[in-house]
Ligand binder design. Structure first.
Ligand code: NDP
Length: 313
């Protein structure tokens, strides 16, 4: 790391979901000159959803991608410096804190807001990785369209899996839903909808033994874990909906986290174990995970950062 490569900023915001952009709006209005790096998926998880009906202020609802463009525009209008780029490493052992962008440039920041969100979890089997993008997807809303008029499978039993199974049932001829226990975790109303859908078959006590197909998904081998039998089902698309993992790997060793990688904040604040490093949004919230709660915590992080920076000054 040579000195000439290091840019110095007052407040660095990592991540561009509702938490990051809200932090940027508040910080820019408070003249903190925030620099925000958008990460690999500018706009975050809302860019892979369709209609958002529960964000206050949009009585008719709004498309997720459009909402995130609005968030970005508002942050830019307030004067935030929004940049495309990914935080790839940090060194929080020294102050100012150091963050590496795109594995090449280092930035020094007096304060950092972590709003890196969460990403879809995968099963971890070889065929899932090999056929990813060739019929394997973690987002029915994004990719379901490609399987119109075909049979598909979905694995998972939470609200996301139920919601996505129902979404797919409207596009596809049949949905095979693979559930690992004899019960679903999804809310009762969602379960009822799934169980009453004429073209959804639930496979209880079942796991994905193998996704079949050489270059694209052609089937799935479903294993019943009660009697150890398997059956092959012909499908064109395979969807994984088994939850999310917080995007916190690069902060390990510096920032306190729980056993699943969610960043710990001091209750009622956005403060982490490190002075001047704050966390907002899904990376620190495994309970609510809503756009509006993420935006609220982004506001908290900007206000906490402002107090910290003004005390330091
Ligand atoms: P959840 O963590 O709630 O559910 C994950 C599901 O995947 C569980 O049923 C789990 O099984 C299953 N699973 C996990 N790992 C595996 C694996 N390796 N193989 C097979 N199955 C696996 O995640 P969701 O994304 O569904 O939901 C996250 C949160 O968001 C929840 O609080 C949910 O209520 C909320 N949500 C609300 C919605 C709404 O209200 N409209 C819509 C979507 C989400 P098991 O049950 O056996 O652990």
């Amino acid at each position: 790391m040579s000195n000439k490569e290091i840019e110095k900023v007052h407040l660095l915001i990592i991540g561009s979901g509702p938490a990051g952009y809200t932090a940027a709006i508040y910080a820019a209005r408070a003249n903190m000159k925030p620099v925000l790096y958008q990460g690999i998926q500018p706009g975050g998880q809302l860019t892979i959803t369709t209609e958002v009906e529960n964000y206050p202020g949009y009585p008719e609802g709004i498309q997720g991608p459009e909402m995130m463009i609005n968030f970005e525009k508002q942050a830019v209008r307030m004067g935030a410096d929004i940049r495309y780029g990914m935080a790839t490493k940090v060194d929080f052992s020294v102050q100012p804190y150091r963050v590496e962008i795109d594995e090449e440039n280092w930035i020094e920041a007096d304060a950092v807001i972590i709003s890196t969100g969460a990403s879809a979890k995968w099963l971890g089997i070889e065929s899932e990785q090999r056929l990813n993008g060739f019929g394997v997807s973690a987002c029915a809303v994004c990719d379901g369209f490609f399987f119109r008029g075909k049979e598909v499978a979905i694995v998972g039993a939470g609200d996301t899996a139920a919601e996505e199974a129902l979404y797919l049932s409207k596009l596809c001829t049949h949905v095979h839903m693979i559930v690992r226990r004899d019960a679903m975790r999804a809310s009762k109303v969602m379960q009822d909808r799934v169980l009453n859908a004429p073209n959804i078959t639930v496979y209880w006590n079942s796991e994905t033994d193998e996704i079949l197909g050489e270059h694209k998904v052609e089937g799935v081998r479903i294993k019943n874990t009660k009697d150890n039998t398997t059956q092959d089902v012909a499908i064109g698309g395979f969807f994984v909906a088994i939850g999310h993992k917080p995007n916190s790997d690069i902060f390990k060793g510096f920032i306190d986290m729980d056993e699943t990688g969610y960043i710990k904040t001091i209750p009622g604040t956005s403060k982490t174990n490190l002075e001047g490093v704050f966390a907002a949004g899904d990376v620190q919230d495994k309970n609510y995970r809503q756009a509006v709660t993420a935006a609220g915590s982004g506001c908290m992080a900007a206000l906490d950062a402002e107090r910290y920076l003004s005390t330091k000054a």
